[in-house]
Design a binder for this molecule. Structure first.
Ligand code: GCV
Length: 610
């Protein structure tokens, strides 16, 4: 019935609309025809990404805009599959830009990738299986992601050529994803004009401005719906405006003006700090850096610039406070950046479900503070896309939060389980949901204690190394000694806490009101400091690490008896064994490290190695 109906569409219907309707109708047909139900569609172009669903005597009716019909079809299938009610009234995404940032390099590697090689790059060229890319498009559309940035923010050659000689290949790739409502974005190198013979990349230089304007014209002629440029500038050795004595607003605005005529946006990352710090320097404090640089520029960015801020001030650590920039830039469009790639959170070997983290962040800043949302991708060429099958939850839930940032973690986790492992019994689904819901806290307990951060192995960021980052240049210190641990970030110390609005600053500044899980982020404390729950700091460190390991062992037991589909079960159990070894290693290394410094015995007499 869909095809008959689609063939009857007027000939002048735009090709993109026809293609997304085809996808929507195909998906709905595949799901509902065997269930003897019909789905019909109508298009209201003004609805854009929005849709409405209705039930009628033969089945269902979807009304939507160009991508709205797609999102409506997937929402319908989701409701049917999970037994949920049809969403009532008009549904539209909270964030208009719901971006996936892929750190894929053109040689096929992925920076911080834990699920195999790139799905679209190999041997310095686009190389992909178009069917797999269509599946990718389907997957992104089904959870609501609408922008894919194809290349690493560290623009490694020859990726700079994605916007000149490789443009036809980029355009062909965009064609595949367009029917799924997914637009491309590209990371660009700020110094690119110099690679093309100019003597400078100074954003105030007329020749540089003209170079970008010419390039923009060519790019948007090839890909009229390109979403824009993602830029990492003056950060971790990437070029940027600072080289020419210009600030970031000047740099970002120059690019923004070149692409504004085509509706392009500049997504300018706020991940900037001194990565060549001397560990002897106790004045410079890395978490202070982004606020100090960007807050004074509030109101100076053009309308088509979005400043993309990581959720915390450091770098996707297991536990950080939210970035103070979210409270301090009301006249700037901000994007909130999460990391699905489990760089510091277990490499997609250890289970770490992210929805509780996102709930906390969005509750802290309010869902309307950011105007867009981005996440570093956890995808790769592995057959299951994410290495660990459960890591798919994080991609799915990210897309759902980007539509509905008010979602409760448990609801989205249950929804994903219902869609993915619908054959489990209600009790089994519940056991898995609880395991996933608690997995972040479990991971946190066996790794870095109480907001301390950076006790991870610097080579690769998996496994413990409490002193690994201590004498390095990255601004990542715990400064543990025999008496105390942590950095004083109150007004008496580095002053970081004062970057927050006064009430929040006051709560963080007092170790008796600072949340326990951030205590060592904000304070330097002696091991016998008595925490809110009455335990000493050192005892709490020991207790958490023992508990983290015990909880991991209990997870392993739950999974051992869970009848997952065979191909998932094998991978899950094999990774669980690795997670258990990792948890044991973290528990023993961290406990021994602190016991050696403090000399304190465990109150409960458990084994802490000498
Ligand atoms: C893409 C961290 C990661 C880097 C990453 C960087 C960033 O430092 O370790 O691999 O670079 O963040 O977000 O730009």
């Amino acid at each position: 019935m869909h095809y008959a109906w689609l063939n009857a569409l007027p000939h002048d219907i735009p090709a993109t609309l026809r293609r997304s309707l085809e996808v929507a109708a195909f998906e709905a047909d595949a799901f509902f025809a065997p269930r003897q139900k019909q789905v019909s569609f109508s298009v209201e172009p003004g609805l854009g990404e929005a849709y409405r669903l209705e039930e009628n005597k033969d089945g269902f009716h979807v009304t939507g805009g160009e991508s709205g019909v797609l999102y409506g079809a997937y929402a319908l299938i989701r409701a049917q599959q999970t037994g949920g009610a049809l969403p009532q009234g008009e549904q539209r995404p909270h964030y208009p830009l719901r971006m996936l940032n892929c750190w894929d390099n053109m040689d096929g590697s992925i920076e911080r990738g834990y699920a195999g090689r790139s799905l679209w790059f190999e041997e310095d060229a686009f190389q992909y299986d178009p069917r797999r890319i269509r599946q990718l498009g389907r997957m992104l559309a089904s959870c609501g992601v609408n922008v894919l940035c194809v290349n690493n923010v560290n623009v490694i050659p020859p990726a700079q050529h994605l916007i000149d000689t490789l443009l036809p290949d980029l355009a062909a790739f965009a064609d595949i994803l367009r029917p799924f409502g997914v637009r491309l974005m590209v990371s660009v190198d700020f110094a690119m004009p110099m690679q093309d013979g100019l003597s400078t990349a100074d954003p105030l230089d007329a020749a540089v401005q003209a170079w970008w304007a010419d390039r923009a014209k060519e790019i948007w002629t090839a890909i009229p719906d390109l979403a824009g440029f993602l830029v990492k500038a003056d950060s971790e050795h990437r070029p940027g405006p600072a080289t020419y004595g210009r600030n970031h607003a000047q740099g970002a605005n120059m690019l923004a003006r070149a692409i504004a005529p085509y509706g392009g946006q500049v997504i300018w990352r706020a991940f900037v700090y001194n990565c060549l710090q001397d560990w002897r320097d106790t004045e410079t404090d890395r978490p202070c850096a982004a606020f100090a640089l960007y807050q004074p520029m509030d109101g100076q960015f053009d309308d088509n610039v979005i400043l993309q801020v990581k959720n915390g001030p450091y770098d996707f650590q297991v536990r950080e406070p939210v970035s103070p920039l979210f409270y301090a830039m009301p006249r700037t469009r901000l994007a909130l950046e999460f990391q699905l790639a489990q760089e510091y959170t277990g490499h997609q070997i250890d289970i770490y479900a992210m929805p509780p983290l996102w709930r906390e962040v969005l509750d802290a800043i309010g869902p309307d503070t950011p105007r867009a949302i981005a996440a570093v991708s956890n995808l790769g060429r592995d057959e299951n896309w994410t290495g660990h099958p459960f890591a798919q939850l994080n991609l799915y839930a990210y897309g759902r939060f980007a539509w509905e940032p008010d979602m409760e973690p448990e609801a989205v986790i249950c929804e994903w389980i219902g869609l993915t492992y619908g054959d489990l019994t209600a009790d089994q689904r519940d056991a898995l949901a609880q395991l996933l819901l608690q997995s972040r806290e479990t991971y946190e307990k066996y790794t870095a204690p109480l907001g301390l951060c950076w006790m991870v192995n610097p080579a690769g960021h998996y496994g413990p190394s409490p002193y690994g980052y201590e004498f390095q240049s990255w601004g990542t210190y715990n400064r543990a000694d025999r008496d105390a641990v942590g950095i004083d970030r109150t007004a008496a110390g580095t002053g970081y806490a004062d970057q927050y609005p006064p009430e929040i600053a006051a709560r963080y500044a007092d170790p008796h009101s600072c949340p326990d899980n951030l205590l060592l982020f904000f304070h330097r404390l002696p091991y016998d400091f008595v925490m809110q729950d009455g335990r000493t700091l050192i005892q709490r460190i020991y207790d958490d690490h023992f508990e983290g390991y015990d909880r991991t062992a209990a997870m392993a037991e739950t999974l051992r008896v869970l009848p997952l589909p065979e191909q998932d079960r094998a991978v899950v159990l094999e990774r669980m064994e690795r997670q258990l070894r990792n948890a044991r290693e973290w528990r023993d290394v961290i406990n021994t490290f602190f016991r050696r410094f403090s000399g304190a015995e465990d109150d409960k007499g458990r084994k802490i190695y000498k």
